[in-house]
Design a protein around this ligand. Structure first.
Ligand SMILES: CSCCC(=O)C(=O)COP(=O)(O)O
Ligand SMILES: [Zn+2]
Length: 211
């Protein structure tokens, strides 16, 4: 039986996110791991609304770039995907998008954690506690992407995140999951929570009554 090409999943999910306005103007990058530990990642600077099979680059477990053509460079944010796959061996897909709401909420706090609302939607991240006090880590948006990746590694090796997601201030969100389907759901869930936080701030509703 032939294995389905993961690039087809990445293309479909990128088109879906693009239509939501979360991958405008070449923003964002998606990757998925292959059984040998290498991963496909979107090539840098491509419109994510109409990717094709040749708009991907393969990165081997040793970090070697296997490009289908010399014009094709891996995403400028490949170092973040590599870091996520190293720290979380169960991760099979890593998705990064840029929404307006993600950027707004990243400015709602000065510190490095964002308190999430205790909504039913958190069950989508497999969180089943009551009186929830779940936070999302926020990282500074350094010009040098490898510096962002280093800070992610340092932070999560010290304390694992409560949900498989992180926010880069003034930039966007990254999630990871054990399948491309789950990663797509996680992007939708976290973006819903961001929209809720923005709406709550406009209506005066307390984000989390348990804190
Ligand atoms: C206009 S997007 C700026 C770069 C970025 O943050 C991004 O997510 C896309 O970069 P890539 O190299 O993956 O196309
Ligand atoms: Zn980005």
């Amino acid at each position: 039986m032939s294995v389905p090409d993961l690039r087809l999943e990445l293309m479909a999910n990128a088109e879906h996110f693009y239509k939501q306005g979360w991958m405008a103007g070449t923003a964002g990058n998606l990757s998925a791991r292959l059984p040998d530990g290498s991963f496909w990642i979107t090539a840098s600077g491509k419109s994510k609304g109409n990717l094709n099979l040749t708009d991907f680059v393969k990165i081997t477990p040793d970090g070697i770039v296997e490009s289908l053509s010399n014009d094709l460079k891996p995403s400028a944010e490949t170092a973040i995907h590599q870091t996520i796959y190293k720290i979380f061996p169960e991760a099979q897909a890593c998705y990064h998008v840029h929404s307006i709401e993600a950027n707004l909420v990243s400015r709602f706090v000065e510190g490095d954690t964002l308190l999430l609302p205790p909504l039913e939607m958190l069950k989508g991240f497999n969180i089943w506690q009551e009186n929830l006090n779940i936070t999302l880590s926020i990282f500074p948006n350094h010009f040098d992407v490898s510096q962002i990746a280093r800070e992610i590694k340092e932070c999560f090796q010290l304390a694992p995140p409560q949900i498989p997601a992180l926010l880069i201030r003034d930039h966007g969100v990254t999630v990871w999951a054990d399948s491309t389907e789950k990663a797509r759901n996680f992007i939708e869930l976290i973006e819903y929570l961001f929209r809720y936080i923005v709406a709550a701030s406009q209506t005066g509703v307390k984000i989390n009554p348990y804190v």
